[in-house]
Design a protein around this ligand. Structure first.
Ligand SMILES: Nc1ncnc2c1ncn2[C@@H]1O[C@H](COP(=O)(O)OP(=O)(O)OP(=O)(O)O)[C@@H](O)[C@H]1O
Length: 663
């Protein structure tokens, strides 16, 4: 890992390059149009002979023909050569800037159109993948160059007065021995890869750091690169033992109506090299690593073949690497594969195999689309458009001077027409906040799936009708839930009527709890959960207070600030606890806060939540938005109603007793 990426050199080179034809232009494509399919582009880079390495005095086994083709000696017949043609060929004299400007820089603009892009460095071990992607302080590679350019572009595009507000985040992970590890949070363990119903690949729980400048990027990236697994083999002193994936997300929010938002993802991937263990001399752990590397690269080859042959099943799930690349190969990204090869004869077979893989990859077709959605926070402006519903003149009066000053006829017209089209949606502003939250989640879900957005504004009637129907269905669902709650409350009350003693216990706060006799040595903990109505009544009552039952030897005392004499009763080796409704509600709120705001690691601090469940929860939250109540947990795929209940029981006590948040 290089300690410092030479920023000055980079800026100078890039300034020179952007002055030329390689400049990244931000051409906006119509988001409604279905973009044309894009073939995976393939470039081959031949590294020079490395000083002092074996075979440095031999003639090279690869020769460039022109900027797109090369030839390799045919070992079966030395009179012949094998010829290959690619989108670009970079010979041993090519610079880092040549590769970046020629093959990588042109795809960056797609990120600002809300589309995905990926760059993969592929090739045998020691052929120069890490050099191409990361480089050295003197020769910075694709990653620092792309980041510097991208941050510059987002600054320009997101400048004040421009229509979009832009933000950039980064995540960095490695796939090591089929485990997905967060390099920005190495303690987080193996992460799961998920796919939403539109085929977008997500890694719930993966750290995302916002970055606004190159130095901020370096601050996260350099130490994280130090966490990457490298080791010495006979062919490379610093061989990457894992596939490293840098994910950069560009989020865009439109500043004016219709407040669209877009997300573009850039994957920069330094694959581990394919290895022939007879030559690497790998043993022990290196051999095991090599097995995992070769298997995932083999599956990558199978995926490419299946895509080329149009097979119905593409084996993406056969390895973590291909699962992660699912939306980059045969998926939604503009992809470029840089196949790195070495000139030495001892690499001959690896070189031919890498070139064959590269040749197959260039047949793969992707279908990039724009990830655009409508920001439902824009409901505030929707309310504003209600003002406009008062009539054009009142609306004009209601609008602030700034809005009048906008002066963009297109935008003004679209906002006005949007407000007219919105009339069936007036009830959105009167909507129950919980339901609004669900709609927001729905919008986020559609947004994350790359849909053209929830059609609230500027959209055809049919789509608006679909949305209204969804709203009505949600209304019905809420009604159903309310009925169910009433039924449950009635049931509980009826039960208590049958057992007046029980009722007394839950309503009278000054009496000790009825004790249960337990013969075992294990202490019994009991939380009395009351129906909602009772909780509300008690919460409203000034007499409400907390009961604490202390275990004192074989005697038990019940203390209460309003009980003049403590009540003593003979006790077994057990204790019971009744929590006041206020505390229960407090505990619930704390659980809910954790569920909505906690990281996967925070969630693991809860009882009955392990690594897998924590990731499931974070994943659900990313797809559906925040949980509105703790019971929503059972809606998470993989968590049953029973598990939710036992989770609640296990956590309510400890969290209710914890320090209070809020007033
Ligand atoms: N274009 C190049 N110019 C100069 N040196 C290079 C070039 N490409 C690679 N090298 C050097 O070759 C050696 C191996 O390169 P690198 O570590 O990038 O290979 P790799 O393909 O990433 O290997 P592995 O898969 O084992 O990690 C390094 O010392 C690197 O500096």
């Amino acid at each position: 890992v290089h300690s410092v990426l030479s920023r000055r050199l980079l800026s100078r080179e890039m300034a020179a390059a952007t002055a030329g034809a390689g400049r990244c232009h931000l051409s906006k494509v119509g988001t409604g149009r279905r973009p044309p399919p894009a073939r995976v582009r393939v470039a081959v880079r031949l590294r020079p002979f490395v000083d002092g390495a074996a075979g440095a005095n031999e003639p090279p086994c690869v020769r460039g023909i022109d900027s797109c083709s090369l030839e390799v000696a045919n070992w079966r017949n030395y009179q012949e050569t094998l010829k290959y043609q690619f989108d670009a060929f970079y010979g041993e004299r090519s610079s880092q800037q040549d590769i970046y400007a020629g093959s990588v820089q042109p795809i960056l603009r797609h990120l600002l159109e809300g589309q995905n892009a990926s760059v993969l460095a592929y090739g045998p071990t020691g052929a120069g993948k890490t050099h191409t992607m990361l480089g050295s302080p003197e020769q910075p590679g694709v990653i620092p160059r792309a980041l510097m350019d991208l941050l510059q572009l987002t600054r320009e595009e997101g400048a004040e007065g421009r229509p979009w507000d832009l933000s950039v985040t980064m995540s960095y992970l490695e796939i090591y021995q089929e485990k997905v590890l967060d390099l920005l949070d190495p303690a987080s363990g193996d992460l799961v890869i998920r796919e939403d119903c539109r085929g977008n690949i997500l890694i719930p729980g993966l750290t995302q750091k916002p970055i606004t400048s190159f130095s901020e990027f370096e601050r996260h990236f350099l130490p994280a690169s130090g966490n990457r697994t490298v080791g010495a083999t006979r062919l490379n002193q610093r061989s990457s033992r894992s596939h490293a994936v840098l994910l950069v997300k560009v989020d865009q929010r439109e500043r004016l109506a219709p407040f669209r938002q877009r997300e573009g993802k850039l994957y920069l991937i330094d694959l581990a090299g394919s290895e022939d263990n007879r030559r690497t001399g790998n043993q022990g752990i290196r051999l095991k690593e090599s097995g995992a590397i070769n298997t995932s690269l083999f599956v990558l080859g199978k995926v490419v073949d299946a895509l080329n042959q149009g097979l119905p099943r593409v084996p993406y799930r056969d390895s973590k690497l291909t699962r992660l690349l699912q939306d980059s190969l045969g998926g939604s990204a503009h992809s470029i594969l840089i196949a790195n090869i070495a000139p030495e004869r001892r690499f001959y077979l690896d070189t031919v195999s890498a070139l064959n893989f590269a040749a197959r990859s260039k047949e793969v077709i992707n279908r990039p689309f724009t990830n655009e959605s409508l920001q439902l926070h824009a409901l505030a402006p929707v309310k504003l458009s209600q003002k406009e519903l008062l009539g054009p003149s009142e609306a004009k009066r209601a609008r602030g001077p700034e809005e009048e000053e906008i002066g963009n006829p297109e935008l003004t017209a679209s906002a006005a027409s949007a407000s007219q089209k919105l009339s069936p949606l007036q009830k959105l502003s009167n909507m129950d906040p919980a339901m609004l939250e669900r709609l927001l989640s729905l919008d986020r879900l559609l947004g994350s799936q790359g849909s053209q957005g929830t059609p609230l504004l500027n959209t055809p009637k049919r789509e608006r009708m679909v949305l209204i129907k969804t709203v009505e269905e949600k209304d019905l669902e809420i009604e159903r839930l309310k009925m169910k709650q009433k039924e449950l409350e009635a049931k509980v009350l009826a039960q208590e009527a049958l057992d007046p003693k029980e009722k007394e216990n839950s309503l009278t706060v000054h009496r000790p709890l009825p004790r249960r006799t337990v013969t075992g040595a294990k202490p019994l903990k009991k939380a009395v959960v009351m129906p909602l109505q009772l909780i509300q009544e008690q919460a409203a009552s000034p007499k409400t207070e907390i009961h604490i039952l202390k275990k004192r030897g074989r005697k038990r005392k019940v203390e209460s600030s309003q009980v003049s004499e403590p009540v003593e009763k003979a006790s077994e080796d057990c204790w019971e606890l009744q929590i006041s409704p206020e505390l229960l509600a407090h505990g619930r709120q704390k659980i809910l806060d954790l569920l909505n705001k906690g990281s996967a690691r925070d969630l693991r601090s809860l009882q009955r939540i392990g690594q897998k469940k924590a990731q499931l929860i974070v994943g659900w939250r990313e797809l559906h938005g925040p949980f509105s109540q703790v019971e929503d947990l059972e809606r998470v795929e993989g968590i049953s109603g029973k598990q939710m209940e036992s989770f609640l029981k296990a956590n309510l006590l400890s969290l209710a007793a914890g320090p209070r948040c809020g007033p």
